[in-house]
Design a protein around this ligand. Structure first.
Ligand SMILES: Cc1cc2nc3c(=O)[nH]c(=O)nc-3n(C[C@H](O)[C@H](O)[C@H](O)COP(=O)(O)OP(=O)(O)OC[C@H]3O[C@@H](n4cnc5c(N)ncnc54)[C@H](O)[C@@H]3O)c2cc1C
Length: 458
C-alpha cells in the first residue's frame, strides 16, 4: 500500500487549522478577514495568483495585460506567520478523517472552506468543448487574444473574401455579461483598430454575431438594461440573435437552431457555468449544476466542519429561493460572514452564528466606450454615467495599488488614442494551424447533428 504523505512544512500547532481551497473573490476575502485571528490558515490554489475575472474580456481584446488583473498571493500574505500557501490541485475530501487529498499530499483540517468557483459549462457537448474558446482564466483570455490575431493573419493569406470571412467572423455564444462585454469590445476593435492594422482586408466582410438561447440579453438585470444593451450592441454593428441555440460546431462552421449556419474560426462560448467539484462530497449535498448546497451559515448540507462559499455554493433564502447569482459580491459577502462566524465560535462556542443575507449593491455591465448599463437599488442608469460608474467600481475592486494605477493609465491611453497597444501574438511554439485555408467550408451534414444545447447566460 502506498504510504500516506502529508504536505511537509505545515506545523501542527495548538491553533485550529482552517484549510481554504481557492483564492478567488471568496477564498481571498475569507483569508484576509481571518488575518491575526489566532487560527492557522492553509490556503491552497492551483495558481499562485488571484485573478480579477470581470476584466478578463479586456485581456482577451488586447486592452490589458494579464498581470494588471492578477495579484501574486505570496505578496498578499507576506509577514503572516500563521498563514501557509501552497500551489495544489485539491482532489478529494475525506470527511470522516477530516483530511483533504491534493496532488502534493494530504492535509488534516479542523475546518474546511471550499471556494473553488465554477468552470465553463458546455452542457456535455464534447465537440464544442474541444473546438470553441471559453473565458474563465487569464490563460483562456490570452488564447482568445492569440486566436483573434492569428486568424486575422490567416485571413490575409486567403485568395477570396469568402474564404477570408471565416477567419474574420467572431461568434459569441451566451448573452450574459461576458458575452455582451466581449461583443462590445470586439466591435470597437473592428471600428477603431482592425481597419488600421489590416488595411488589405475588407472589414465589411467581418461579422460579429451574438447568440442567446433566451429572449433577452443580461437576463440577471432589468428589462430596461437588457433593452439598452441590445440597442448599444446593434449600434456598434453586432448581430444580436435572441432565442437561438447553438446545435453544433466543427471548428469552422456553426449550426444554429434557426436552421442557419455561420462560418467562423473564432467561437467564444460564454453560455453557462458549472461548479468545480472535488471527490468525497456527497451527491445529496449538491444540486444538478454541482453547486454545494449550504445552510444560512454556508455550512455544507450533511457536514459539520465543511463550508462552501462563492460560486461553488448554493444557499436558498426567502429572498433568493433559487439561490444567489454567481457574482463577486455574493462571494465576498459570504466570505466575510463566514469569517465572522468562525471567529465568534472560537471566542465563545455558545454564541449564535449570524445568518447570511445578501446586500445587493447593484449590477453593472459595460458595452463599450461611454456605454454601460447600471441597475442600482434606487436608480437605473445607462450611457456615459453608467460607464463612469462601471469604471470606478472596477478600479476600486482591483487588488493592489500598482494594478489600479496600471489599469487607469491603460484605460486613459486607450480612451484618448482610440488604440489598444497590446496586440502581441505571443506563442510558446510556432502555430501548427492549417495555413492553407482549405478546411471544409460550412459543410456540416444536418443528419450528423442531433443534440441541442440550452444556452443560458453566464
Ligand atoms: C469573464 C467573467 C466575467 C465576470 N464578470 C463579473 C462582473 O462583472 N461582476 C461580477 O460580480 N461577477 C463577474 N463574474 C463572476 C465572478 O468572477 C465570480 O462570481 C467570482 O469570481 C466567484 O468567486 P469565487 O471565489 O467563488 O470563485 P473564483 O473567483 O472563480 O475562484 C476560484 C479559485 O479556486 C481555484 N480552484 C479551482 N479548483 C481548484 C482545485 N481543485 N484546487 C485548488 N484550487 C482550485 C481557482 O484557481 C480559483 O483561484 C465574471 C466571471 C467571468 C468568468
Amino acid at each position: 500500500m502506498e504510504e500516506l504523505r502529508y504536505i511537509p512544512n505545515i506545523p501542527d500547532t495548538d491553533k485550529k487549522r482552517i484549510v481554504v481551497v481557492g483564492s478567488g473573490f471568496a477564498g481571498l476575502k475569507f483569508v484576509r478577514s481571518m488575518l491575526r485571528k489566532n487560527f492557522q490558515i492553509v490556503l491552497l490554489d492551483k495558481n499562485n495568483f488571484h485573478q480579477f475575472q470581470p476584466l478578463l474580456y479586456q485581456v482577451a481584446t488586447a486592452g490589458l495585460e494579464p498581470s494588471a488583473i492578477s495579484f501574486p498571493l505570496r505578496k498578499i500574505l507576506q509577514n503572516e506567520q500563521h498563514i501557509h500557501f501552497r500551489i495544489a490541485d485539491v482532489q478529494a475530501v475525506k470527511s470522516e478523517l477530516k483530511e483533504i487529498e491534493t496532488d502534493i499530499g494530504t492535509l488534516k483540517y479542523d475546518y474546511l472552506v471550499l471556494a473553488m468557483g465554477a468552470s465553463t459549462n458546455f452542457y456535455g457537448q464534447k465537440k464544442i468543448e474541444q473546438t470553441a474558446l471559453s473565458m474563465k482564466s487569464a490563460a483562456d483570455a490570452i488564447l482568445i487574444r492569440n486566436t483573434i490575431l492569428e486568424n486575422f493573419e490567416l485571413a490575409l493569406l486567403q485568395d477570396t473574401p469568402e474564404k477570408a470571412a471565416k477567419y474574420l467572423n467572431i461568434v459569441l455564444v451566451g448573452g450574459g455579461p461576458t458575452g455582451v462585454e466581449l461583443a462590445g469590445a470586439v466591435a470597437e476593435m473592428k471600428k477603431y483598430i482592425f481597419p488600421k492594422d489590416y488595411p488589405e482586408l475588407d472589414m465589411s466582410k467581418m461579422r460579429i454575431v451574438l447568440y442567446q438561447g433566451s429572449g433577452s440579453l443580461l437576463a440577471g438585470m432589468s428589462s430596461k438594461a437588457s433593452a439598452r444593451a441590445t440597442r448599444y450592441l446593434k449600434n456598434l454593428g453586432v448581430e444580436v440573435n435572441l432565442d437561438t441555440r447553438v446545435l453544433d460546431y466543427d471548428g469552422g462552421c456553426l449550426k444554429l437552431s434557426d436552421g442557419t449556419t455561420i462560418s467562423s474560426k473564432t467561437v467564444i462560448w460564454a453560455a453557462g457555468v458549472i461548479a468545480n467539484q472535488i471527490d468525497g462530497i456527497s451527491v445529496s449535498s449538491m444540486n444538478p449544476q454541482q453547486r454545494i448546497m449550504v445552510d444560512r451559515q454556508n455550512r455544507a448540507y450533511g457536514y459539520h466542519d465543511i463550508f462552501a462559499i462563492g460560486d461553488l455554493s448554493l444557499m436558498k433564502t426567502p429572498k433568493y429561493p433559487h439561490g444567489h447569482p454567481q457574482v463577486a459580491q455574493v462571494a465576498i459577502q459570504q466570505a466575510k460572514t463566514l469569517a465572522g462566524n468562525l471567529i465568534r465560535i472560537k471566542r465563545n462556542a455558545s454564541l449564535k452564528s449570524k445568518d447570511f443575507e445578501y446586500r445587493d449593491k447593484g449590477s453593472l455591465a459595460t458595452i463599450g466606450r461611454n456605454l454601460a448599463v447600471a441597475d442600482l437599488p434606487f436608480v437605473k442608469l445607462s450611457g456615459f454615467l453608467a460607464w463612469i460608474l462601471w469604471s470606478f467600481v472596477h478600479l476600486f475592486m482591483i487588488v493592489g495599488v500598482k494594478n489600479r494605477i496600471l489599469i487607469f493609465m491603460n484605460w486613459s491611453w486607450n480612451y484618448f488614442t482610440y488604440d489598444q497597444s497590446l496586440r502581441l501574438l505571443i506563442r510558446h511554439k510556432p502555430s501548427i494551424i492549417n495555413r492553407s485555408g482549405s478546411d471544409p467550408f460550412c459543410e456540416i451534414k444536418l443528419d450528423e447533428i442531433n443534440t441541442e444545447v440550452d444556452v443560458e447566460s453566464v
